[in-house]
Write a protein that binds this ligand. Structure first.
Ligand code: APR
Ligand code: PHB
Length: 396
């Protein structure tokens, strides 16, 4: 068994864990990242791809923006499509010039890994049997197996950045946390296709057949989603069926055309909203999906993770710099204010855009149609959507 020591032990090399490690290194705080998957697996995992205005700024300000600025696509608006008609939400015009950047989450992860390794960071991939202990002591520890040997990492602090299915959250005794959980009666079937996007801006479409989203990754790569039943199976979805369903849901009265092409990646993701409160126990701090998840409709998951780790890095900088723990003590309450704003926004976008087949579906579907009509015809309604979508600079 070998024993090592670090200031901050970080569990998980997703966007939250890697960004935390990067932010800490910029202020001279040492960390070690452990990840149970392989580097290839983590970098290939296709996830959402919309960066809020402030996430873009953060990446640039911390020296991670070079490729994103070159390859990411800056968007000033989105389209809401329903009843066969297109309605543009002028994100920039309604928010004093703020924008979103379309740049795949796995590209953010690749940029982070490259930079951390160039800076000499330690990231252990493929670890197993991770166990946390001593969170209420001054020296919490992480035990794990790596390359066949037992390791003990003694830390000042532990950051649980291990996503929704990680072990960190479960290390907080149930009596010390409250959870909020919401399931949706649908899932998203997502595809990546090598075909130029049929649109310059993202299209969120509501149709009697269900929701559809047209997003993109590059001038040659389209990303599209369909609302499906959560128990549906990819085997039921041939390429032809996927494209014809997308065609049906995006159809407009003026004959808008969706271009199809080879599908290179596909998957079905259930939708769920979840929050754990508090996001801290002793010297364990949760950040990102380990503490909260949102349905992808509002594109908030990655952005919330970035906000959490920025707050945690600031709090740790204050601790090591001046010995003051006020930011660490306020970390959970501070993050949860933004988490709940994003929870509401993601839930709101989801219920407005999806078709409900539930017993109360006929009522919900009419409410959703009315809400869409309001949002696309009222400056107040459109501004509410726009300012949440690009990301609120401050949360009341
Ligand atoms: N030990 C070590 N690593 C673990 C463990 C474990 N026991 N369990 C999970 N992990 C790893 C996962 O393999 C993953 O690489 O933790 C990482 C968590 O990364 P993400 O799931 O990407 O979560 P996070 O970094 O919080 O990023 C949030 O990711 O899920 C999306 O949409 C979400 O955009 C959001 C973003
Ligand atoms: C994506 O591009 O993958 C994407 C975009 C917007 C969303 C969700 C996913 O709301």
């Amino acid at each position: 068994m070998s024993k090592s020591r670090t200031q901050v032990g970080i569990i998980g090399a997703g966007p939250a864990g890697l960004m935390l490690s990067h932010l800490l290194s910029l202020v001279g705080i040492e960390s070690i990242v452990i990840e149970n998957r392989s580097r290839d697996y983590v970098e290939a995992r296709v996830r959402a791809g919309v960066l809020e205005n402030d996430t873009r700024e953060l990446l640039i300000a911390t020296g991670l923006g070079e490729r994103m600025v070159r390859e990411g696509l800056v968007h000033h608006g989105i389209e809401l499509r329903f009843d066969g008609r297109a309605h543009r939400i002028d994100l920039s015009g309604l928010t004093g010039g703020r924008t979103v950047t379309v740049y795949g989450q796995q590209e953010v992860v690749r940029d982070l890994v490259d930079r951390r390794l160039a800076d000499g960071a330690t990231i252990h991939y493929g670890v197993e049997d991770v166990v946390l202990s001593g969170m209420e002591s001054d020296l919490p520890t992480i035990q794990y197996r790596h390359n066949g040997s037992d390791e003990v990492l003694v830390c000042d602090y532990i950051a649980g950045c291990d996503g929704f299915h990680g072990i960190s959250r479960e290390a907080i005794p149930e009596s010390a946390r409250k959870t909020y959980d919401w399931h949706y009666p649908f899932a998203w079937l997502g595809i990546l296709a090598t075909v130029p996007p049929s649109t310059d801006e993202l299209i969120y479409a509501r149709h009697d057949r269900g929701f559809a989203l047209h997003s993109l990754r590059s001038p040659e790569l389209s990303r599209l989603y369909l609302q499906v039943d959560p128990n549906d199976d990819l085997a039921n979805w041939s390429d032809d069926r996927i494209w014809s369903e997308l065609q049906a849901r995006f159809a407009t009265r003026d004959g808008w055309q969706l271009h199809d092409g080879p599908i290179i990646e596909r998957g079905i993701t259930p939708m769920r909203s979840f929050v754990t409160d508090p996001m801290q126990f002793g010297r364990l701090f949760l950040a990102g999906d380990s503490a909260h998840i949102v349905p992808p409709t509002g594109a908030k998951g990655l952005n919330l993770a970035m906000h959490d780790v920025r707050a945690l890095a600031d709090a740790l900088e204050r601790h090591y710099g001046s010995g003051a723990d006020d930011l660490l003590e306020g970390y959970s309450a501070h993050c949860l204010r933004r988490v709940w704003r994003a929870q509401h926004f993601s839930w709101w976008m989801t219920q407005m855009l999806h078709r409900f087949d539930t017993a109360d579906g006929s009522y919900r579907n009419e409410l959703a149609r009315s809400e869409l009509a309001y949002v696309t015809s009222s400056a107040a309604g459109a501004t509410m959507l726009a300012e949440n979508y690009v990301g609120l600079a401050t949360i009341g």
